[in-house]
Design a protein around this ligand. Structure first.
Ligand code: DSN
Length: 411
């Protein structure tokens, strides 16, 4: 046994069990998913796809990957699934390659407004390989579909990208498809529609919001956020004519050998997400998120409101501190969240005016609605400095103690 790693993992388990996890992109997979991820499938090289591998001995791996594909297709109601992307970023890298030529125009939402690094941030590969243009949000911080229609005509992009990392409201994918179709009727450049559903994949799997695979050409995702699977990526489509292009954009263009142990874990998670238990879990996530948002609002804090698993708390307007300071203050009492830019941001992203709060992980451990309200009060009291930190820290520990052990989560 590697004592050094063992000690560090024991410390990490203690940190996770002892605190309240509110990072909106994190979650805890089930024990079964985790054990499959550590299985002997880790040892197998399987470059290629089921039935067309570059190595021998792939018959069982083929069956595992086919099962993962079939379960993903059934869960999300589509005809094509690629379960090989190592991450959401790799999935986006491949989706761009499948649909575009280098230098083509992409219309997306800036990272500062809730987009993602791979949606055209200057520090990401995406902005080096493609010509990114951006649409703004409306004054209320929500998608403005008329404004998007105007930007489509101005930019004439080859690809329109929706799906976000810090957007707390419903996305009307049907409306976006309508707007893009209308634009395509009079444009000489065909605009593809892509959705990165990484954050809301679990809400979509539970059928609690519109399903983008019904409207977009390609949908990318991660499997570890609200979907509660292992850390990894996924590409879906209802366009079989794009299948070959997407497959070759993942392998051999973007990646080598797939992580078949993780693919096995994805298969388990897709099965779990198809169960009625997952739907009731997801409803609880939405309810807890709203309860926390509403309690902070009741106490006078400036919050975004929420229609999904996350909301943004404007800590600059509410408490006169920046997001970096708020993140550190919360961490000091055992609550983990992340600083985040907010709509109309005035500070650099390294400081940011807000924090992003999500309840997917806490709800997996058993967070109840009254506890979500209690957590809002802890956040408020911590950031106003109204109560001694030691008392708040003890309260956080006592809530976390009542929840399930992170190593022992069954479905
Ligand atoms: N970094 C992830 C998030 O926190 O939203 C997105 O990839």
């Amino acid at each position: 046994m590697d004592r050094q790693i063992e000690r560090l993992l024991a410390k990490e388990t203690k940190r996770q069990n002892g605190g309240i996890e509110l990072i909106a992109s994190e979650n805890y997979p089930s024990k079964e998913t985790r054990s499959v991820c550590g299985s002997i499938a880790i040892a197998k090289y399987a470059e290629g796809y089921p039935g067309k591998r570059y190595y021998g001995g792939c018959e069982n791996i083929d069956a595992i990957e086919r099962l993962a594909q079939e379960r993903a297709k059934k869960l999300f109601g589509c005809v094509y699934a690629n379960v090989q992307p190592h991450s959401g970023s790799q999935a986006n890298f491949a989706a761009y390659k499948a649909l575009l030529n280098l230098g083509d125009r992409i219309l997306s939402l800036r990272l500062n407004d809730g987009g993602h690094l791979t949606h055209g941030s200057p520090v990401s590969f995406s902005s080096k390989l493609y010509d990114f243009h951006f649409y703004d949000l409306g004054e209320d911080g929500r998608l403005d579909y008329d404004l998007i229609a105007r930007r489509l005509d101005e930019v004439n992009p080859h690809l329109f990208l929706a799906g976000y990392s810090a957007y707390p409201y419903e996305i009307d994918f049907r409306k976006l498809q309508e707007v893009i179709n209308a634009h395509n009727l009079h444009s000489d450049v065909h605009t593809y529609f892509m959705v990165d559903m990484a954050h809301i994949a679990g809400i979509i799997a539970a059928k609690l919001t519109q399903n983008p695979v019904d409207y977009a050409d390609i949908v990318t995702s991660t499997t570890h956020k609200t979907l509660r699977g292992p850390r990894g990526g996924l590409i879906l489509s209802n366009r079989l004519d794009l299948a070959k292009k997407i497959d070759s954009a993942i392998f051999p263009y973007a990646q080598g050998g797939p992580l078949e142990n993780i693919i096995a874990g994805k298969a388990v998670a897709f099965k779990e997400a198809a169960s009625p238990k997952f739907v009731s879990y997801m409803k609880k996530v939405l309810d807890n998120t709203k309860a926390c948002n509403d309690e902070l609002a009741r106490r006078g804090a400036k919050v975004s409101g929420t229609e999904n698993h996350l909301f943004l708390l404007d800590v600059l307007a509410s408490f006169g501190i920046d997001g970096k300071t708020a993140q550190a203050e919360l961490e000091s009492i055992g609550i983990t969240a992340n600083k985040n830019t907010i709509h109309g941001e005035t500070l650099p992203p390294s400081r940011a005016s807000g924090i992003r709060i999500g309840f997917a992980a806490a709800t997996t451990r058993g967070c109840s609605r009254p506890q979500a309200i209690e957590i809002a009060d802890l956040i408020y009291d911590c950031l106003t400095g109204a109560k001694p930190k030691s008392a708040l820290k003890a309260k956080v520990a006592s809530i976390a103690k009542r929840w399930k052990d992170v190593n022992d989560l069954t479905f």
